[in-house]
Design a protein. Structure first.
Ligand code: FE2
Length: 180
């Protein structure tokens, strides 16, 4: 029921058409989400290889490349989740009120991981420049703290968020305003 400025009310009815088959667009979004998760897991593996190779068995070219790619890879994935996936999930409706809190928590974790990724970028470049003159134990602890936390986040994204996203995006709910 809509109330106009002059006080009169208008009743509008809404019809929802639900398609249970996935659309090319929705399948594309799920696949892109999956690719971003895979990409982040791969960069975690690269960081683990570096951590395992400290202090003297690290390929410095790989180290620098990973340092440069880290933040862009993480940021692109976070932007996709926050700007594409989260809004789609939020539109699902009131039955997902608890999900809204979860999405806020995930967004908060994204911010923390992006700051952490920037710190790792600096630390790896410093290591490439100064070798074992940097604090190796601290660098190792830093790298492991990052990729272990990131893998936990990614596992949650994959096990909890991706199935919901796939389900929501395979069921399109398009509101249509009926003529009064
Ligand atoms: Fe995420």
């Amino acid at each position: 029921v809509l109330t106009k400025p002059n006080g009169t009310t208008v009743v509008r009815t809404f019809q929802f058409s639900v398609h249970t088959q996935g659309t090319p667009e929705s399948e594309g979004l799920s696949q892109r989400f999956e690719k971003f998760l895979v990409g982040q897991n791969l960069i975690c593996d690269e960081l683990e290889t570096i951590a395992d190779g400290l202090p003297h068995s690290v390929d410095l070219q790989v180290c620098l490349r990973t340092a440069q790619r880290l933040l862009p890879v993480v940021k692109a994935a976070h932007d996709f989740e926050e700007q594409v996936i989260f809004p789609v999930l939020k539109r699902k409706g009131p039955q997902l009120t608890q999900l809204a809190e979860t999405l806020d928590r995930l967004r908060f974790e994204h911010w923390g991981d992006e700051e952490y990724a920037l710190d790792i970028n600096y630390a790896l470049r410093e290591y490439a420049r100064r070798g074992d003159k940097v604090n190796i134990e601290s660098l190792s602890w830093m790298l492991r703290g990052f990729f272990e936390g990131m893998r936990r986040h990614l596992a949650f994204d994959r096990e909890y968020l991706l199935p919901i996203a796939s389900e929501v995006m395979s069921t399109r709910c398009m509101p249509r305003v009926a003529q009064p």
